[in-house]
Design a protein around this ligand. Structure first.
Ligand SMILES: Cc1cc2nc3c(=O)[nH]c(=O)nc-3n(C[C@H](O)[C@H](O)[C@H](O)COP(=O)(O)OP(=O)(O)OC[C@H]3O[C@@H](n4cnc5c(N)ncnc54)[C@H](O)[C@@H]3O)c2cc1C
Ligand code: SF4
Ligand code: SF4
Length: 559
């Protein structure tokens, strides 16, 4: 078999599976829970095609301004360039494309005559609503809060995600013609049965809104983290001179700590059972905590809250049982006192599915909803997506899950058994016209290209990762910390992507082929002109700087 080239699929697709027509893919795209088209976006930024970069993101993720700021960035952890010099700043490029690209003109498909109720307007609900509406269905959102956006809008602090970002994304989604009912809690203001009776399908995306409180004496004096963050986001009550202790060591606890600092607390400490090298947040946040003088107490379990102090014991290890209860191994019998006149409990979140009790959907031992591969619960016509299914996760995984739910609900409403690929075509006016490809997506198994498969990495010049500029927040402590990229920085950073597994049409393979078997065709890249004459020397593959060439072994000569 002569060489085959893995090329980037340039069209925009909404799909619940990766673009399977691409034989090879990169570890970054493989790791992104929203399946963002990372390489395509970086190619388009590199070429200065910012509007198209935004559209490529929109075909997978209508909340790229949010994920480009708050996603923990599994893609960056897996980026092959980390083995060469420094990983590509994928998140910052995503943020850049979502801000710099023009707002596209979106036109939903013709009315399907079907309707969907979406319960909850977090990332999962908004994403599902966006694609369902594009597919021509009537969509109504029911949200308990006075504003749309879920946790990113009401809980994540402004210094990480200014409210105008999710608000603009909500604005674009609603502009498709979606009705939103805010201050409407399903189970209190409208029953689930009423929605099932009045809509062709219902999707619940209600997340994990209930704070788990530690079962220790005195816990009633602690404030739930989500309440503290919610209130601090609405009105900034100062905490001058207060010593604040936060029980928990994940992202929510760190958000509480940074918020308390900005509200003027004199000292802020975090007490949590995880070991120092297993803290459940990003390296950036741990560094920021040290810089801001926040004290960390890893491997500590809170045993009681007493007047002005938190009592804790040191752990050697711990685990959770299947119901989420913590089983601890203590180091000794000593109890330590940590001074704190305000205690915030950030020890995990759980779902509230009481509004579904009458329907008795199947639940996991931790109370989350069970769904099939079609995202439907055990109740016919009731689908679920986001944290209500997975347990506390990330914005990006909720986006991926919401898109998958939209594709599955569309298949359910249009009575299609096979998965569908929905292509977003650009028409001559620059508007999207979604085209449903009813043919089954091609079943190619994708191969994830690792760094060791890139045999000619030196093709890429060594270059340091472009750092995001930082805003001066000394006068406005809640102003956004990171400033993003300007055009020049974004293009420079996008040029660092090695496009693992995808042909970049550099021509190295054609130059290195000893027998003129390959040819380069304008805008289409290399192709095998004389397959029968290929020697299988693999010079093309060895020279390829992106690892995008397949040669199948054992080699069989074509006759
Ligand atoms: C403080 C905090 C910080 C976080 N930081 C990050 C981060 O930096 N990066 C990251 O990736 N993830 C982060 N997460 C996790 C992330 O926000 C969630 O994984 C994500 O929001 C889940 O999306 P969702 O759509 O499933 O649910 P949610 O965002 O929880 O949205 C659920 C929505 O449903 C509504 N609702 C609930 N019950 C009802 C009802 N009965 N009727 C009507 N509406 C209802 C709620 O009001 C809410 O708006 C954070 C979470 C918290 C709590
Ligand atoms: S959403 Fe997250 S994982 Fe996906 S590309 Fe963006 S930063 Fe990476
Ligand atoms: S170099 Fe580019 S394609 Fe390769 S893993 Fe990193 S961001 Fe992805």
């Amino acid at each position: 078999m002569p060489p085959r080239f893995s090329k980037e699929v340039r069209e925009y697709h909404i799909t619940d599976v990766p673009v399977k027509r691409q034989r090879r893919t990169s570890p970054c795209e493989h790791a992104c829970p929203a399946e963002n088209r990372i390489q395509l976006v970086e190619t388009l930024i590199k070429e200065g095609r910012f509007d198209e970069a935004r559209m490529a993101l929109l075909s997978r993720n209508p909340l790229a301004g949010t994920t480009g700021r708050v996603c923990p960035g599994l893609c960056e952890e897996k980026c092959n360039r980390r083995s060469y010099d420094e990983g590509v700043a994928i998140r910052a490029l995503e943020r850049f494309a979502s801000e710099r690209g023009a707002v596209p003109s979106l036109r939903p498909m013709d009315d399907s005559g079907k309707s969907v109720a979406v319960i909850g307007s977090g990332p999962a609900g908004l994403t599902a609503a966006f694609y369902l509406r594009l597919l021509g269905h009537r969509v109504e959102i029911f949200e308990a809060e006075p504003v749309l956006g879920g946790v990113p809008r009401v809980n994540i602090p402004d210094f990480r995600l200014p409210k105008n970002v999710p608000d603009a994304e909500v604005g674009l989604i609603l502009s498709l013609g979606i009705t939103a009912h805010t201050n409407t809690k399903v189970g209190r203001d409208v029953s689930m049965q009423t929605l099932l009776d009045n809509f062709d399908a219902c999707l619940t995306t209600t997340g994990n809104p209930v704070q788990r409180m530690l079962a220790v004496p005195g816990i009633e004096s602690a404030r739930p983290a989500t309440t503290f963050l919610h209130e601090s986001n609405m009105r900034r009550d100062p905490l001058p001179g207060k010593s604040v202790v936060i029980l928990g060591g994940g992202g929510v606890a760190f958000d509480c700590a940074f918020t308390a600092k900005r509200l003027g607390a004199s000292s802020v400490s975090l007490v949590f059972p995880e070991k120092a090298d297993r803290i459940k947040t990003t390296e950036d946040e741990i560094r920021q905590a040290h810089d801001e003088g926040i004290v960390l107490y890893p491997s500590h379990l809170t045993t009681a809250l007493e007047e002005g102090k938190v009592r804790a014991r040191r752990l050697t290890d711990f685990r959770f049982d299947e119901k989420g209860e913590l089983i601890a191994e203590f180091e000794d019998d000593v109890t330590y006192d940590i001074p704190g006149d305000m205690v915030i409990c950030a020890s995990g979140l759980k779902p509230d599915t009481a509004f579904l009790d009458a329907l008795a959907p199947k639940r996991t031992p931790r109370g989350h909803l069970e769904v099939g591969t079609d995202m439907m619960t055990s109740v016919p016509g009731l689908f679920a997506a986001g944290d209500i299914v997975t347990g506390p996760a990330t914005v990006t995984s909720a986006v991926g899950s919401g898109r998958k739910a939209a594709v599955c609900i569309h298949a359910f409403l249009s009575k299609q058994a096979e998965p569908v690929e929905i292509k977003l075509d650009l028409d001559e006016n620059g508007s999207f016209t979604p085209v449903v490809n009813r043919a089954k997506a091609c079943e190619l198994t994708q191969h994830v290209v690792e760094f060791s498969e890139i045999r000619n990495p030196d093709y890429h010049e060594h270059a340091a990762r472009t750092a995001q500029r930082v805003n001066d927040t000394s006068m406005l402590p809640f102003a956004e910390i990171k400033a993003g990229f300007n055009d020049e920085e974004a293009v420079t950073e996008a040029e660092r992507c090695m496009h693992c597994g995808h042909c970049i049409d550099c021509g190295t393979c054609v130059e290195r082929c000893p027998d003129y078997i390959l040819e380069r065709v304008e805008n289409e890249g290399p192709f095998v002109r004389y397959p029968q004459e290929c020697w299988h020397c693999a010079a093309c593959r060895i020279g390829c700087p992106t690892g995008s060439i397949d040669i199948e072994f054992p080699i069989t000569h074509l006759v």
